[in-house]
Structure formats: structure tokens, C-alpha cells
Design a protein around this ligand. Structure first.
Ligand SMILES: Nc1nc2c(ncn2[C@@H]2O[C@H](COP(=O)(O)OP(=O)(O)OP(=O)(O)O)[C@@H](O)[C@H]2O)c(=O)[nH]1
Ligand SMILES: [Mg+2]
Length: 257
């Protein structure tokens, strides 16, 4: 494979993966950089972009529902597993573009990609040396201390499963008030602030559990450096780009090539 970088957008359903994937590609193209988008969601109905490589060319959620007499959830699981069966063709198709950046838009339900073997297999098969995970935290789930911590734990789980460099992103940040955004930033900069907020929110019987969980978040860096993004004015995409450059190019800027 060419020395490309694969950027996987992962997050809970509706967290903004497809929109950010699309804006990410546009941002690159506006700067004269090359980026293609791969849609890995067999159940996607209305994508905000035209995929360059599309898993729906190989797998159809509707057909799987009909052929195997499955409901939508069972069919999603079967489809997620089928991605692994078609990954060789997907790889060939990606390679044919010879692109520098490959944006990977993953299925709506996080667990399909993170918990099932097919997701891990996909990352390993395509290019594990040149892959980075962008984990999207949904602001509607991250506004309370316990909601924020739950999102960080999911992010750490994704990191544990996929074992790739990872950036935490606070998507749709335009939906947060200045005050809420400030509070979330404070929590993400200082685990002790987060601990204080959690203790205030939850009954003290959970104190030990809270301490244990916060310790995990501290140890695995789950809290640090969350990048806010928004679909408005490509907000935050330059920060994602800088993080990726630091990871793979030691900070060297592709745009200066
Ligand atoms: N205000 C605002 N809305 C956003 C932003 N990004 C996405 N949305 C909206 O959030 C909804 C879900 O966005 P998607 O990009 O489809 O999210 P997704 O994670 O791909 O969703 P699934 O694949 O269905 O899980 C859509 O209505 C988007 O328009 C944002 O930055 N700001
Ligand atoms: Mg999507």
C-alpha cells in the first residue's frame, strides 16, 4: 500500500461521524490535499457525501434482512461481520485511488465496529501501521459528569480493542453553550475537577467505584486533549489535522510539500 494514512471516525449512533468525515474531506480538498472517503456502513441511507469506496456495493442491509429473515438489528450484526469477508476487495478499491488520506466512516452503532471481530480485523488488514482513530463524543451525552465519564470509558474501550493511536473529539460543539463547553473543557483538562463534579452528582456510596474509574481514565489518558469540532466553518478540523501530523509525520506539514 502507498504511504497513506487511514483516519477512522468512530462514535455512538448519531454522534456526527458521517458529517465530520464529509467535512474532513472537503477541508482537505480545499487545501489541494488528496483525501477519499470509504463508507463502511452497510445500512447507511442518506450520506452527506458521495463515497469513493462504498461497502454497500458489496453488502446490502435490505438483502441480508430478506435472505436471512433477520430484523434490522440482527441484519446489522450479520452485515458488520460480512465486512471482513469483503475487505480484500475494499482494500484493492482503496489502493486504486492512490490517495494520501483515507477517511473511514464507520457503521452507526459503535459496537458493530468496536466490539465485533470484523472491525478489529478491518483495521489490521488494511494498514495497522498507518491508522488513527478519531473517537467522537456526542455533546448531548457528555453534558453531565457521569455522561462524560461514560463516553470516556467507551473511548478507552475502543482504544483497548483496536489498539491504534486515538484522538478524542467533542463533535457538534456548536450545540453547547459557552458555559457548558467551558465546563467540559475543564473536566477534560483536569481529572480532579471531573472527580469533584462526579462526587457532587452521584451518591457517595459510589465513591470507591468513582475513584477506580477516574484512575483508569487518568492512567489511559482518556481525559486529555479533547478536540471540539463543529460542522460550522470546519471548526476544529485543523486541530485534528495537526494531531494526525504529530502522530505520523513528527509534526511535518503535508501542505508545505
Ligand atoms: N449542530 C450540529 N449538528 C451536527 C453536526 N454534525 C452532525 N450534525 C447533525 O447530527 C445528525 C447526525 O449526524 P451524522 O453525521 O449522520 O452522524 P453519524 O454518527 O454518522 O450517524 P449514524 O451513522 O446514523 O450513527 C445529523 O442531523 C447532522 O446534521 C454539527 O457539528 N453541528
Ligand atoms: Mg453515519
Amino acid at each position: 500500500m502507498k504511504e497513506e494514512i487511514l483516519v477512522y471516525f468512530i462514535g455512538t449512533a448519531g454522534s456526527g461521524k458521517s458529517t465530520l468525515s464529509s467535512n474532513f474531506q472537503d477541508w482537505f480538498n480545499l487545501r489541494g490535499l488528496d483525501a477519499i472517503i470509504v463508507n463502511l456502513d452497510p445500512g447507511a441511507e442518506n450520506l452527506p457525501y458521495e463515497p469513493d469506496v462504498d461497502i454497500r456495493d458489496w453488502i446490502s442491509l435490505k438483502e441480508v434482512m430478506e435472505n436471512y429473515q433477520l430484523g434490522p438489528n440482527g441484519a446489522q450484526i450479520a452485515c458488520a461481520d460480512m465486512i471482513a469477508l469483503n475487505i480484500e476487495d475494499v482494500k484493492k478499491s482503496i489502493e486504486s485511488f492512490k490517495s494520501d488520506y483515507i477517511v473511514m466512516d464507520t457503521p452507526g452503532q459503535l459496537e458493530l465496529f468496536v466490539f465485533r471481530e470484523a472491525g478489529k480485523y478491518t483495521v489490521k488488514f488494511l494498514n495497522p501501521e498507518r491508522s488513527i482513530i478519531c473517537y467522537l463524543l456526542d455533546p448531548s451525552l457528555a453534558k453531565t459528569p457521569s455522561g462524560f465519564v461514560s463516553q470516556l470509558l467507551l473511548s478507552i474501550t475502543a482504544n483497548f480493542r483496536l489498539n491504534q493511536p486515538q484522538i478524542n473529539i467533542l463533535s457538534k460543539s456548536d450545540l453547547l453553550s459557552e458555559e457548558d463547553l467551558g465546563i467540559i473543557k475543564k473536566w477534560s483538562d483536569d481529572p480532579d475537577e471531573l472527580y469533584g463534579a462526579i462526587i457532587n452528582e452521584e451518591a457517595s456510596v459510589y465513591r470507591e467505584m468513582n475513584e477506580g474509574i477516574l484512575q483508569i481514565i487518568k492512567e489511559f489518558g482518556g481525559c486529555t486533549g479533547i478536540v471540539p469540532t463543529s460542522k460550522k466553518d470546519y471548526f476544529g478540523i485543523d486541530d485534528i489535522y495537526t494531531n494526525i501530523q504529530i502522530q505520523f509525520k513528527g509534526g511535518e506539514d503535508l501542505m508545505k510539500d
